[in-house]
Design a protein around this ligand. Structure first.
Ligand SMILES: NC(=O)c1ccc[n+]([C@@H]2O[C@H](COP(=O)([O-])OP(=O)(O)OC[C@H]3O[C@@H](n4cnc5c(N)ncnc54)[C@H](OP(=O)(O)O)[C@@H]3O)[C@@H](O)[C@H]2O)c1
Length: 335
């Protein structure tokens, strides 16, 4: 089969081979013919040796969508031909993350989606909504699960204010989910053009963080000093202190972003005085993904796909995501 192999590092090496061995499912696994692979900032972190398997070359790609072609003997509820996506943390079916269920991550510590075929434990599978094409479905596992978990953790409801940083994959799932929950959405981006597109998707207040670096002050002005009930912290180092400033009393900062590094300063007094909830997250379980998919289908949310690259141009897709020019998701067509 055709498959990419990644050797992480700086620079990383992503090479396409025509004769990789097709994987064989164990009794509790399924074999999937991958049709599309979504890219995430996480895939760049893996490529740049900031996370995951750095020792050996392996098939990268955390997100994928396709159809089942073979089912292990002990698998119940799935059959050949079913259109599926797979949660990234394959053994985390539901409930809390544990040491035992958090070991195997697709495209990070085990083979991922940049191949014609992939083997996945049945515990990771979620059905693709009937009307949704593979390219859109492949954008869901990491970003939509994370955005959904943010909305749930922030107890977002009609009247809430949600702050989003940037117009990448997670933010552009959080935006329509927050709107569907009845919230007011304030979004910051580096680009006026991207902000205009975000307004078309329902963003209520837009702030250009390049021309208005004190976006937290602008957010406080836009909320009469109250702040945001939920800040989806998709950036991290450059924004964390401003996120604390932008959060409402009793608000939640949902910490996922590692853009530009991992260490930041924590303004403890403000965290205490504002009684903030700082909530960490690692994508989510298969059950979280299933809930996100249900919410997206029921609310008729269209995943925002910025660009689809052909399979033999995966390197270009990585470079494009790295350039930061995207709005929403970048996907690789594996058909
Ligand atoms: N822990 C988890 O559960 C989890 C899950 C998913 C993702 N993540 C993390 O969350 C982050 C976002 O992931 P993603 O896949 O959505 O990334 P992405 O699609 O690459 O989007 C990143 C966006 O961040 C914006 N940005 C960059 N610097 C910024 C700044 N200083 N202020 C405000 N916005 C800024 C940019 O938007 P503009 O171009 O609009 O400025 C950029 O497009 C990454 O660090 C990723 O690793 C964590």
């Amino acid at each position: 089969m055709k498959a990419y192999r990644l050797k992480a590092g700086k620079p990383y090496e992503l090479t396409l081979t025509d004769n990789a061995l097709e994987p064989v499912p164990e009794s509790d696994e399924v074999l999937i013919r991958i049709r599309a692979a979504g890219l995430n900032y996480l895939d760049l972190m893996v490529a740049n040796a900031r996370f995951g398997n750095v020792d050996a070359s392996f098939v990268p790609g955390a997100d994928g969508a396709g159809e089942i072609v073979e089912v292990g003997s002990r698998v119940k509820g799935w059959k050949a031909g079913d259109r599926v996506i797979a949660g990234m943390i394959v053994d985390w079916a539901a409930g809390p993350l544990t040491v035992a269920n958090g070991e195997r991550l697709r495209g990070v510590t085990m083979p991922g989606s940049l191949a014609e075929y992939a083997v996945v434990p049945a515990t990771a599978l979620v059905a693709i909504p009937a009307a949704m094409p593979f390219v859109q479905a492949a954008s869901l596992p990491v970003a939509a699960t994370t955005a959904w978990n943010a909305i749930v953790a922030g107890n977002v409801r009609p009247g809430s204010t949600v702050a989003l940083l940037g117009t990448g994959g997670v933010s552009l799932f959080a935006l329509p989910l927050a709107k569907a929950a009845g919230a007011r959405v304030i979004i910051a981006s580096s680009s006026d053009e991207k902000l205009a597109r975000a307004r078309k998707l329902g963003a209520d207040v837009t702030i250009n963080y390049r021309t208005t670096p004190a976006w937290d002050v602008a957010l406080l002005e836009a909320t009469e000093g109250r702040g945001a009930d939920l800040v989806v912290e998709t950036v991290g180092v450059a924004t964390f202190e401003r996120s604390v400033n932008a959060a409402a009393i009793g608000g939640t900062i949902f910490v996922v972003g590692l853009i530009g590094g991992e260490e930041t300063k924590m303004p403890l007094l403000k965290v205490m005085v504002k009684t903030l909830r700082i909530v960490g997250n690692q994508t989510g379980s298969t059950a979280n993904l299933a809930d996100a998919v249900k919410a997206i289908a029921q609310s008729r949310i269209e995943p925002v796909i910025d660009r689809v690259f052909p399979f033999d141009a995966a390197q270009d897709a990585y470079a494009y995501l790295e350039s930061g020019g995207h709005f929403g998701k970048v996907v690789i067509d594996v058909t």
